[in-house]
Design a protein around this ligand. Structure first.
Ligand SMILES: [Zn+2]
Length: 62
């Protein structure tokens, strides 16, 4: 996933990604501009159902 650095507007690359909750995931980005070096995070979250699932909910993993 590409993301633009909010400081220098260069591309940033994904350093790490991890599940926060069943509905959200955090991704850590690092700016490709070595003079900038900004590291920042983005949280992606499911906000609505577009088409309902055809099966019942599965219990969370232990
Ligand atoms: Zn930058």
């Amino acid at each position: 996933m590409r993301m633009m650095c909010p400081h220098c507007k260069q591309n940033a690359y994904t350093r790490h990604s991890g599940q926060l909750t069943t509905d959200s995931r955090e991704t850590i980005f690092q700016c490709r501009n070595f003079k900038c070096g900004h590291v920042f995070s983005k949280v992606a979250e499911i906000n609505r159902t577009v088409i309902a699932a055809a099966i019942e909910d599965r219990p969370p993993c232990a």
